[in-house]
Design a binder for this molecule. Structure first.
Ligand code: DGY
Length: 325
């Protein structure tokens, strides 16, 4: 086996221990384990020597960063989303780029399901109600709604969307989906395809599970919310920028839709005094969908495996771009 110690791997943020252990044993590692971002000057000096980049902390990876890293062969990002990376610029430089699909599907789907249930059953609002000493006074809380018999519309039926469908079906929901490409396994999954307009009009709960790209940016806009039922809930576990935040605020405020539950927001982090948080019909969590110990460890290990494969000149276990030669 090739000795990879001659290669330098720079990390842009703290690595989980399993990834640190794998890489530290096999390569020359420049890691920042005290949390937060590596100071800019230090990071630049690391990039100047780096054969590989372990990308953590959602840093912008563009032509300007690549210019600082003349020896870079592989970039492995410790997340499934990669909208922070200029893939075309990496491909032009012959740099393989990897991410972490699959290993986080269950964790993200669990959180999405939790947010669906929160919209239906007022879990967070119930907690706030009790905390404010109002238990016993029904006024202000109202009733929730059953999931059984309701329609869940999933926008973006990839690995995560599929797992959300399984959970919703356990609650006896009907599942419809909209995707760029219609799936061939609809029957096995027990889901049916809907046009974008039908998905919005027919769903009682709409979940965004799409990748952020130019065609999905801002797809949940004023027109989209206007097409949804006034009793519907909107859940986002994709990326904040697939939503026009102002339009969502207006839709919730004016009762165009009933509830929203967001794990991702635009901007992110969402300031504590943001207008969205003044609304009574929203729950926001802090981009925690993949944040379980097991899942984050699995994502870190896959990131390390992507790096090792790239240093050996092999295709990455989870490679995003195509490199010729
Ligand atoms: C991802 O992997 O893209 C999730 O959003 C967690 O960061």
């Amino acid at each position: 086996m090739e000795d990879l110690k001659k290669y330098v791997v720079a990390a842009s943020g703290k690595m989980r221990q399993p990834a640190f252990d794998i890489l530290n044993e096999q390569v020359t590692l420049l890691a920042w384990q005290q949390g937060g971002r590596v100071p800019a000057e230090q990071f630049d000096s690391w990039l100047a020597q780096a054969d590989a980049l372990y990308s953590a902390g959602n840093i912008k990876i563009d032509a300007a960063l690549l210019a600082k890293a003349p020896s870079l062969k592989v970039i492995a990002q410790a997340s499934v989303g990669y909208d922070n990376i200029d893939i075309a610029a990496c491909t032009a430089r012959g740099i393989r780029v990897g991410n972490t699909p699959g290993v986080l599907n269950d964790a993200v789907a669990d959180l999405a399901y939790g947010l669906i249930i929160d919209c239906a059953r007022n879990i967070v609002r119930g907690h706030e109600h009790v905390k404010s000493g109002l238990w016993g006074q029904r006024r202000g809380m109202g009733f929730g709604t059953d999931l059984a018999g309701k329609t869940l519309g999933i926008a973006g039926m990839g690995g995560i969307g599929k797992e959300i469908a399984v959970r919703a079906q356990a609650s006896k929901m009907k599942v419809i989906y909209h995707n760029r490409h219609r799936r061939t396994d609809e029957k096995q999954l027990g889901v049916s395809y809907a046009s974008w307009e039908d998905l919005l009009a027919q769903s009682d709960f709409v979940v965004a599970a799409v990748t952020l790209n130019p065609s999905t940016k801002g797809m949940f806009n004023e027109q989209a919310f206007a097409m949804m039922k006034p009793t519907a809930s909107f859940i986002n576990v994709a990326r904040g920028a697939v939503v026009d935040t102002k339009a969502l605020y207006q839709a919730l405020k004016e009762g165009q839709i009933a509830h929203a539950a967001l794990d991702v927001t635009d901007p992110e982090p969402l300031p504590g005094d943001h207008e969205l948080l003044t609304l009574p019909n929203i729950t926001v969590t802090s981009h925690i969908a993949s944040s379980t110990t097991e899942t984050r460890d699995a994502m870190a290990v896959l990131t390390a495996e992507n790096i090792l494969a790239g240093l050996r000149g092999e295709r990455l276990p989870a490679q995003i771009n195509e490199i010729k030669g």
